[in-house]
Design a protein around this ligand. Sequence first.
Ligand code: GLU
Length: 378
Amino acid sequence: MVSLKSINIKSIDKAKRIVLKVGSSLIVNPNTGYINSTWLENLAQDILFLLSKNKEILIVSSGAIALGKIELNLQNKALKLAEKQAAAAAGQIVLAKAWKNVFEKMQIKCGQILVGHSDLETRRNAMNTRATLNTLIKLKVIPIINENDTVATLEIRYGDNDQLAARIAQLAEADVLILLSDIDGLYSKDPKSSKKAKFIAEVKNISKNIEDMAKNTKSNIASGGMITKIKAAKISTTAGCHLIIARGQDNNSLLKLFMGGKHTIFKANLTPLSAKKKWILRERNKLKFIIIDKDAEKALVSQKNLLASGIKSSSNSYDRGEIIDILSINKKLLGCGIIAYDAKEIKIIKGKKSKDIEKLLGYKGRDEAINKNDMIIN
Ligand code: GLU
């Protein structure tokens, strides 16, 4: 094991929040179909090191279906959807147990999050997922995320964890997404079939040329090839998050990556916060608004949260998670932001103190109607 003091993090030293995607072909031994325990322990040591450097880590872990196949003796046949889902159900427990065991030895806490397409793609649910992720991180618990394969139907699932990880990175406003994979990065051609394949170390712009390079290099037990990685890179770089592809088979490959090991980096040319602000402006719905009082207006100018107590009135129909305008008493446009309540709820809690929200609505919502990080002020 490399001494922690000797580490010099070269490539991604500024990144604070990191999403790490671990492919099935790494966590599951392709020959036995069981967990690669030694490899996993080494990875956990690398993660422990990153935590000691004040990094925040979220893990997207594949492997449920591959592990479930062995568990249910289904390894030698092509599976129907229902059988795959059964395998995912049985395998997910094995997968979660492996992560729990390995982290427990290091006194690291972890929590399982299984998400469906609608948990990330509908605004209301996405806000809840984001809040849970942020709370886990605040509590120093590593989220271990996978798609909820057991109930998803074919048409409405991600199907691959590369894109799922990119959506998680976007939602969590991560700085870097690392896809630990069975390939060390992007090549101009498939390196397995062409000696002329050139390694691409850095991609600043995902052009058609780059997309053409992505050959579907499917391994036996993983769903993603280079095509899904490029799709993931598009999602994450648009969200201001760099994406790195690196080979993960060797022990301590994460640590080696941080010491400057071989990888392809897809660079984002904006920060996660500025990407979010751009998105807020793009999605803004001018017909939906709240009107706030003078004190709330002052609070916004000094970059504080917007509380329900400062809301005077509101337009009639919007959902939680929509982007609505914020107007002054004189109907001057002050800015816009992601509203944490729907219009009906705002009508009930407007002008009221945050501590009374639970009594008024019958459940405890968020303290702020619009969080300062979810708004743009003119
Ligand atoms: N969610 C799938 C599983 O856990 C993996 C999808 C993928 O390999 O990208 O088996």
